[in-house]
Design a protein around this ligand. Structure first.
Ligand SMILES: Cc1cc2nc3c(=O)[nH]c(=O)nc-3n(C[C@H](O)[C@H](O)[C@H](O)COP(=O)(O)OP(=O)(O)OC[C@H]3O[C@@H](n4cnc5c(N)ncnc54)[C@H](O)[C@@H]3O)c2cc1C
Length: 417
């Protein structure tokens, strides 16, 4: 691939959420004075998604509190085109839009994220709610005001956070998950079982190892029949059953796609020059695990934006994406924070560390070298700050534990290595 020698004059960003907005901000703060075009079908300012299943769903946050760019798109001097990208011509350097327009680019940033999968009822039509956008969350919020029994399908973050909010609002809640514990795919069985126990303590009816046989419409709700014949009636049905990368518009363009848009560590897409991809849609080369990865978490999208902006503006001095992964969830008033890749097959120690306040942590040991692969803290942000500071130094589990024990006991953090 020829290396460009000067920054592009016109940068087009497709997708105006975290990855797109943070790229636009990073470009401007790094001195980009060229033309910036953002293609985004949703009206309004760029907004943040994590609160949609948390503060925004409870009703305690307003829409303006979700805004991602202080001052909005105007503050980064971006022209926003309200349309969906429907195709890409890499020879002509053009993005085709659903309204028939073609937008020329010198450099293209793909930031189209994911779309949630939907449940399908017996009649073949989709049923229930998903929470992918602010209007999805508005619809669920409205239903939570009226409903009595909420059924969340799937045991991932969307289902468990929705369950937490619904309990906070005083509704009865059932979670139906086909796996053996909640959050099993993301955090493994040890931490998953702990989180399932927390949900049960808060009155959620957690049905694990439960498979749905059929879903029938029932007034404005649904009647769910499990494969074991049990029936569960839902006033409000919310699906958290995974997502698909928004890559349909790239098919046939030559851009390489598998679990997302394939990129190298510099976030460059394969198949065309001057095309980058980041955030939830990217299947990037992860230098930590030395393999391709798609990460559907906020910090990854925000951090990759700096890499993309830098590489667009400083082609002579490119950088790779090297941040250690981090994500979080809020459930029943407790912040669950995760640093590293919690391999579900790793050995996991779930511990309570002694101190003025007992601290619950989980430490994941990967491979044979006793390396600490990930740390989960429960309601202990300072512990997570310490864990995140240590992770890049590749500590062993014993070293990580010693540092966290000292911190829990009230000591200052020392360095490892
Ligand atoms: C309800 C919810 C709660 C979450 N909670 C957490 C959390 O607690 N912690 C955490 O770490 N992460 C959380 N996440 C994940 C986090 O929000 C995502 O990782 C982040 O939003 C990814 O940003 P993105 O810009 O890559 O993609 P997205 O936010 O998915 O944005 C993609 C954008 O592209 C646009 N788009 C799609 N297709 C096209 C097209 N063809 N043409 C033009 N535009 C298009 C979409 O309209 C959208 O605005 C949550 C996500 C959701 C939905």
């Amino acid at each position: 691939m020829p290396v460009p020698t000067a920054p592009p004059a016109r940068i087009v960003i497709v997708g105006g959420s975290v990855a797109g907005a943070r790229t636009a901000q990073a470009l401007r703060s790094d001195g980009f004075s060229g033309e910036l075009i953002v293609i985004e079908p949703e009206a309004g300012e760029a907004y943040d998604r994590p609160p949609l299943s948390k503060e925004y769903l409870t009703g305690s946050w307003s829409r303006t509190q979700l805004n991602l760019i202080p001052g909005g798109w105007a503050a980064v001097d971006a022209t926003v085109i309200r349309a969906c990208a429907s195709g890409l011509d890499v020879q002509e350097h053009q993005v085709r839009l659903s309204d028939g327009q073609a937008i020329r680019y010198d450099a293209l940033v793909i930031a189209t994220g994911l779309s949630p999968r939907r449940l399908v009822a017996d009649d073949g039509e989709s049923i229930g709610h998903v929470i992918g956008t602010a209007s999805d969350a508005d619809a669920v919020r409205e239903q939570l005001r009226e409903g009595r029994h909420v059924v969340a399908v799937g045991g991932g973050f969307i289902a468990t956070e929705t369950a937490s909010v619904a309990r906070e609002l005083g509704l009865t809640v059932t979670i139906i998950d086909r796996r053996s514990t909640l959050l099993e795919r993301s955090l493994g069985t040890v931490v998953g079982a702990h989180i399932a126990a927390t949900h049960r303590e808060h009155g959620v009816d957690v049905r694990t190892d439960a498979r749905i046989g059929s879903i029938r419409r029932d007034g404005s709700g649904a009647l769910i029949t499990l494969e074991n014949g049990e029936q569960i009636q839902a006033d409000v049905l919310v699906a958290g059953i995974g997502s698909e990368p928004n890559t349909a518009w790239l098919h046939g363009s030559g851009i390489r796609i598998d679990a997302g848009v394939i990129t190298d560590a510099r976030c460059r897409a394969f198949g065309a020059a001057g095309v980058y991809a980041l955030g939830d849609v990217a299947h990037f080369y992860d230098v930590h695990s030395a393999k391709p990865r798609r990460v559907g978490h906020w910090t990854n999208a925000a951090d990759q934006a700096s890499v993309v902006a830098h590489n667009l503006l400083h082609p002579e001095n490119p950088v790779g994406y090297r941040e250690a992964p981090y994500f979080w969830s809020d459930q029943f008033g407790e912040k669950i924070q995760v640093a590293g890749h919690p391999d579900p097959d790793a050995h996991v120690d779930l511990l309570t560390l002694d101190g003025p306040a007992p601290r619950r942590v989980a430490i994941y040991t990967h491979g044979d070298d006793d390396g600490c692969g990930a740390v989960v803290t429960f309601g202990w942000p300072r512990g997570m700050v310490a864990a995140r500071r240590l992770m890049p130094l590749e500590p062993t589990t014993a070293e990580m534990l010693v540092e966290l024990e000292k911190l829990a006991a009230g000591a200052r953090l020392a360095s490892v290595g």
